[in-house]
Write a protein that binds this ligand. Structure first.
Ligand code: ATP
Ligand code: MG
Length: 833
């Protein structure tokens, strides 16, 4: 399985992977760890990430960004409608009523759902992970803002599926940051200390999220979260853009908002200016050449003026901070650290306000841009059996309280019940009991719509099917399991009917209560929280209240509804549940999107290959043109050079005309045609480059054997066979004659002609004399047993003094006799007592 974390940001994405060395943020094909959240559509392909961002001005209508905000939203949603007016690309309604984007793709108008667009971005991120890990990627953890509702989360899950990803967990961004921080501060707190409370602030492009976490060694528990989706980097950009639109309207009489291209450029420049103002408090210029109607515009701004303009936004910083403190009933002194991440957390005025609120220095332990991705990868590693992660567990919270409502016969109308209060531990399951005679519907909804940054409080309707009365005609007991799952999504995960088979005293259990009971609690969460209790009492009663209540309820509900317990034999039957979730894609539609994504990936791949083939032709033309008047000049006669030059020039022109847009094979054929002329010239050049060394090697080999032949009467070689030495002599002489003749012929021949001898032939000759001569001359001298004490010397053996005069195997390039020498050197050790 793959261990990958994706930070799916509003403006930019990061990919982190787990490898043997630990968690690592990996770079994309541009060697950049940041991949812009942009998708651009063209007549032949899509571009995603940096390649798409580079088209934001030139292809602005078909380059989409900031689409994360449309997940799980109706096209008619007022939020979508108001965002629409600020976009340079078009939105459209999907057949289901959800939001889609309208672009020109493959020369056709197309509408893609938001899930498809995010699916495209995830496809890119997946490729980045795959090229880093050098294996296919499917299992992963993906981040979402902690304030995302169920519909938004399910929409991101669908996008993951479209990209062929198996998302093991949708992780809240601040929770991912918490986990990344936990790994840095592994020993937080020291064993004898009470849990440490850390506040995390993530200020990204789209919003502001705050969470509070209790750290107790490897056990991390989120206590509360708060957010503001109207306070993010983009809101500062909007203020700057509006300011300059107004200024340029007055100064240059320009209606910037009427020209998408100009507006996009202004956004880019304002973002740059905003970043510069974080580092610099003096006046900074904003200049854009040929901005609109051929007019250059210029202006300036400084940090003080910017902060004044943004006073309203900056005033929003405190709200979520106050909210988490109130929710947890913590005091400022209880806070151990305040860790800030997210690009916009670099704005000095924001930092000042947060720091002032807590009365302490802010901490920046983590990489502000990469922490989310790293936390996600870490979570994936924890979930993966392939990695051993130090004991870490993290419990998240439910961001909005969730209630269920249903029609109740007994109460003659609607009943409801809060099943997961705000800040309840998550993931978490509860079992509710109903007494019913027929199928019934549970409707889940968020019960504090005012807190919701989303227009609809409804989560979904769940029809519990196949409910029938007991044989006696009484209502049947139906157990319904509700869950906030690992993705932070509410579901009715199972339902079962408890059939009463027989009662001992003939008593029938009576319908006594129609309100649901919470019978089961997630033991996993209980386990962690109970451990903190004694130490945390002084901080906050809220901290673990939910879980202790659940524990009580669990106990209470061990008792049946009756006062007197009859002996009851029961059988449990699983009941089918029909889910009716807002904006949930049907499996047919999802499958179609998966299939379409596959087709588009294939189309992009073909287009890339086509482009590569075209680039190869272009590169060859430029390369050859340079070389024909450079290194290759000597290796081609004038007539051929002129023909080839002309051919290259024609091809260059063709590339800009008829050859601009051709099939891949046309480019491949074109290159082959050019190479037919260029290759022989290039080969002659390469031969001439390598020939001297090949001759030199052969010459050296010949000389070495000659020396041995000369010295063969000496003591060193007197064991060699005379007949064999004569043969060696002949071989060596023949080789020398061959070499001299080839060298002479070659030297007297023009370089524009094919060489008389190829480098390969010279190398083969070198090998040939080695195999013929080496076995003869390297035959070891018969061993003379040296006296024992001399064996401890590591000196030369059998008169082989060094390797200077030894012929060299051209294959191995290892001095002959080395192996033997090593063996001999080992002897003393063996003899030691
Ligand atoms: P989100 O988390 O909302 O989905 P994101 O993860 O893409 O969005 P980040 O990458 O954390 O967002 O932050 C991007 C924002 O931070 C942009 O608005 C960018 O202009 C802003 N930003 C980055 N660096 C600076 C800086 N030095 N000063 C001011 N703002 C900055
Ligand atoms: Mg972010």
């Amino acid at each position: 399985m793959s261990v990958v974390g994706f930070d799916l940001g509003f403006q930019s994405c990061y990919v982190a992977v787990a490898r043997a060395g630990g968690i690592e943020t990996v770079a994309n094909e541009y060697s950049d760890r940041c991949t812009p959240s942009f998708v651009s559509f063209g007549p032949r392909n899509r571009s995603i990430g940096a390649a798409a961002k580079s088209q934001v001005v030139t292809n602005c209508k078909n380059t989409v960004q900031s689409f994360k905000q449309f997940h799980g939203r109706a096209f008619s949603d007022s939020y979508v409608q108001s965002a629409k007016s600020n976009l340079v690309y078009d939105l459209a309604q999907m057949p289901s009523g959800s939001t889609g984007i309208k672009v020109m793709y493959m020369e056709e108008e197309r509408v893609f759902s938001i899930e498809q667009v995010t699916g495209m971005l995830l496809t890119k991120l997946k490729e980045t992970a795959e090229s880093a890990l050098k294996k296919p990627v499917a299992d992963c953890v993906i981040s979402v803002p902690s304030y995302f509702t169920d519909a938004e989360r399910r929409s991101v899950m669908d996008a993951a599926q479209i990209a062929g990803l198996n998302c093991l967990r949708l992780m809240n961004e601040t929770t991912a940051v918490t986990l990344a921080y936990g790994i840095y501060k592994q020993d937080l707190p020291a064993p004898e200390e009470k849990p440490r409370i850390v506040v995390f602030v993530d200020l990204g492009h789209s919003g502001y999220q705050v969470s509070v976490c209790a750290f107790n060694k490897g056990k991390l528990k989120i206590l509360a979260t708060a957010f503001d989706s109207e306070l993010g980097g983009k809101d500062f950009d909007d203020i700057l853009v509006n300011h300059f639109c107004e200024e340029f309207g007055k100064k240059y009489k320009l209606d910037v908002k009427s020209k998408p291209r100009a507006l996009v450029r202004l956004y880019q420049e304002c973002e740059k200016l905003k970043k510069l103002m974080s580092a610099n408090s003096s006046d900074l210029p904003l200049n854009i050449e040929c901005f609109m109607n051929d007019i250059d515009v210029s202006s300036k701004l400084n940090r003080g003026q910017f902060e004044e303009m943004c006073a309203g936004l900056l005033a929003k910083v405190e709200g979520p901070l106050r909210s988490v403190m109130e929710q947890t009933k913590l005091k400022k002194e209880d806070i151990y650290a305040v860790e800030i991440v997210g690009g916009a957390s670099r704005i000095p005025a924001i930092k000042e306000r947060i720091s002032k609120f807590f009365g302490k220095e802010l901490s920046t332990t983590l990489n502000a841009d990469e922490a989310v991705a790293r936390g996600c990868a870490l979570q994936c590693a924890i979930l993966s059996p392939a990695f051993k992660v130090r004991e870490f567990s993290i419990t998240d919270v439910v961001p909005y309280s969730i209630s269920l409502k249903w029609n109740s016969a007994a109460e003659e109308g609607l009943s409801d019940c809060e099943v997961f209060p705000k800040n309840h531990a998550a993931p978490f399951s509860k079992v509710l009991t109903f007494y019913r005679k027929e199928p019934f519907t549970l409707e889940a909804y968020y019960n504090s719509p005012k807190e919701l940054p989303y227009p609809s409080a409804t989560i979904g309707r769940f029809l519990i099917q196949n409910v029938v009365p007991q044989a006696s005609g009484e209502s049947a007991k139906v157990k319904v399991k509700v869950r906030v799952n690992v993705h932070g999504v509410f579901s009715v995960s199972s339902a079962s009917l408890v059939e009463v088979l027989k009662t001992a005293e003939g008593e029938e259990p009576m319908e006594t209560d129609q309100t649901p009971k919470e019978e089961e609690v997630d033991s996993h969460c209980l386990h962690h929280t109970v451990q903190y209790l004694p130490r945390l009492k002084s901080f906050s009663s809220l901290l673990f209240q939910t879980t202790t209540e659940d524990a009580k309820q669990e106990k209470k509900n061990d008792q049946p509804p009756q006062a007197k317990k009859p002996k009851v034999k029961t059988k449990t039957v699983e009941l089918p549940i029909e889910n009716n979730l807002d904006w949930q894609l049907s499996s047919e539609v999802l499958n179609m999107f998966v299939e379409n994504e596959g087709k588009m990936i294939m189309q992009d791949k073909l287009e890339k290959e086509r482009n590569d083939a075209k680039n190869n032709v272009e590169e060859y033309v430029y390369d050859m043109r340079d070389k024909l008047h450079g290194v290759l000049e000597k290796f081609v006669n004038e007539a051929d050079r002129d023909t080839f030059s002309l051919k290259l020039e024609d091809t260059e022109n063709w590339l800009y005309e008829d050859g601009e847009d051709q099939q891949k094979q046309v480019y491949i054929d074109k290159l082959a045609e050019l190479k037919k002329m260029g290759q022989p010239i290039h080969e002659r050049y390469m031969e001439a480059e390598e020939r001297p060394k090949a001759f030199e090697d052969l010459g050296r080999q010949i000389q070495m054997y000659m020396k041995i032949i000369e010295a063969y009467k000496d003591e060193q070689y007197d064991h060699l066979d005379e007949l064999e030495v004569t043969r060696v002599d002949k071989h060596v002489n023949d080789a020398m004659v061959w070499m001299n003749s080839k060298m002479n012929q070659q030297n007297s021949q023009d370089l524009t002609l094919d060489p008389v001898v190829k480098v390969e032939e010279i190398k083969a000759k070198t090998k040939e004399i080695y195999s013929a001569c080496n076995p003869v001359v390297s035959k070891p001298k018969p061993k003379v047993e040296p006296p024992k004490e001399e064996k401890t010397e590591n000196g030369p053996v059998n008169g082989q003094e060094g390797t200077e005069n030894q012929p060299c195997n051209p294959d191995k390039a290892m001095p002959a006799g080395t192996e033997q020498e090593t063996a001999e050197n080992k002897l003393p050790e063996m003899d030691i007592d």
